[in-house]
Design a protein around this ligand. Structure first.
Ligand SMILES: N[C@@H](CCSC[C@H]1O[C@@H](n2cnc3c(=O)[nH]cnc32)[C@H](O)[C@@H]1O)C(=O)O
Ligand SMILES: [Zn+2]
Length: 425
């Protein structure tokens, strides 16, 4: 299949140069970019007055958690998890989780996310949804053993079964990732086993680390060191690890993360909503750490809108540092696109010849996005996910002019309501 996108403002290359150009897509790759391309294509999209951007990469989420949107707000993390979310999750079945995953996938397509890194239960069901939706999913089964050896075995077994299930799908778009939940919910034995398995099967690892001060207190009193030093001491850290949050990091921690080329998924909305704290963005970027952007789940955000997340990231770090030059628009835009791709080892996040055709078209023919003085600024500070009009992943059109082709919108919304009624009953 081929697609020609004409007359748009293209955000080109790693440096985000905005230029008027046409883009030609063949199969799943961008094969030509230039002025007035005169080529015939299966689909021709007129993007006049619109912006063609790399698709957004959500580097940390729990996609089915949209089911719990608005059911437990205004609480700190440990209280939120232990007394509200975990009891609800205990009632989840495969079917319910799948309904949540459909809702999440639909929201991501409609707000311009093209790839996401997920951690949840029933990830085989989530994998089926990813396959059907056309998105790119990096899926981890969240492992929690709370130091019980039986549970360690069980969690590893489920993770390996999930890995096998995903590998059998043999789709480049669906990838398995190891997902030990956090240093405060996983034993050292589990973490060490995950490191071994990730080496053996050449898979990425994602884990929540240094999210709250409570966590730092718990890990320090249990092990006498910070979560990052602990992970380093057991040989867990490497360039295949993506830690979510990284809010409470001292200079030593940052140095360790940089040395091992660990990536971080920054989740500013979740960190603000749960009042977890503020990630030291400048110190991390100055140390050369790769920082991507994530929304976290919809029960702590409360949506999956990466455009909104960019604005929140930019504003948070400015006010926190009392310095408006921190987290400028370009830096934040790169976090939401190319840095996420780098963490996932994905040849996307940048529009250039030869890259995967994962891109979105944003409708700038609207008053809040005019005049077009600065495209990147508008995307970070003025736009939101609903301005995304067309979403293309792997060279396939998932949404055109806001009509989603791969999922049934009405059924997806209805099913989510049904599940929530059942969970309450
Ligand atoms: N096998 C595990 C499932 C863990 S999935 C990942 C978990 O992370 C939880 N979660 C969501 N957001 C956050 C966060 O910000 N920090 C820590 N955990 C979170 C989520 O609710 C879910 O329980 C079990 O038996 O409980
Ligand atoms: Zn999370």
């Amino acid at each position: 299949m081929s697609i020609l996108i004409k007359n748009g403002y293209v955000i080109y290359g790693e440096n985000l140069d905005v230029m008027k150009a046409d883009i030609y897509i063949e199969d799943n790759k961008i094969t030509k970019i230039g002025k007035n391309l005169n080529i015939s294509a299966d689909y021709v999209i007129d993007a006049k007055g619109k912006v063609v951007s790399p698709g957004f990469i959500n580097l940390h989420t729990h996609s089915p958690m949209g089911l719990f949107r608005g059911l437990a707000d205004d609480l700190p993390l440990m209280d939120w998890l232990k007394h509200h979310i975990w009891p609800k999750e205990a009632k989840l079945t495969r079917e319910y989780t799948k309904a949540g995953a459909y809702l999440g996938a639909l929201e991501m397509i409609k707000t311009g996310t093209t790839a996401f890194l997920d951690m949840y239960f029933y990830m085989d069901a989530v994998a089926e949804v990813v396959l059907e939706s056309g998105l790119r999913g990096y899926l981890s089964y969240g492992m929690i053993d709370l130091g019980e050896p039986d549970k360690t075995e069980k969690e590893i077994k489920v993770a390996l079964e999930t890995m096998k299930f995903i590998e059998k799908l043999s789709s480049e778009r669906v990838q398995f990732v190891f997902g030990p939940h956090a240093p405060y919910t996983c034993s050292i034995a589990l973490l060490k086993k995950v490191r071994e398995l990730a080496n053996e099967h050449k898979k990425l690892i994602t884990i929540h680390v240094a999210e709250t001060m409570t966590e730092i207190g718990q890990i320090t009193s249990r092990y006498g060191k910070s979560p990052v030093v602990l992970l380093d001491d057991i040989g867990f850290l490497a360039d295949d690890v993506i830690i979510a949050h990284g809010v409470w990091l001292d200079s030593k921690d940052i140095h360790i993360l940089a040395r091992h080329r660990v990536s971080i998924a920054h989740n500013p909305a979740s960190n603000m909503k749960l009042a977890s704290g503020v990630m030291p963005i400048e110190r991390l970027l100055n140390a050369g750490v790769n920082v991507g952007l994530g929304t976290d789940g919809s029960a702590s955000n409360n949506n999956l809108d990466m455009l909104e997340e960019m604005k929140i990231a930019a504003l948070l770090h400015k006010v926190h540092n009392l310095d408006p030059t921190v987290a400028d628009a370009k830096t934040v835009f790169k976090m939401a696109t190319q840095n996420g791709a780098k963490a996932l080892r994905l040849d996307a996040g940048v529009i250039k010849k030869g890259a995967l055709a994962d891109l979105v078209i944003i409708d700038f023919n609207q008053p809040h996005l005019r005049p077009i003085n600065n495209v990147i600024s508008h995307l970070v500070y003025s736009a939101n996910g609903n301005d995304v009009e067309t979403t293309i992943v792997d060279g396939k059109i998932l949404m055109l002019d806001r009509e989603v082709f791969t999922l049934d919108e009405e059924k997806t919304l209805e099913k989510a309501e049904e599940v929530v009624e059942k969970l309450a009953g």
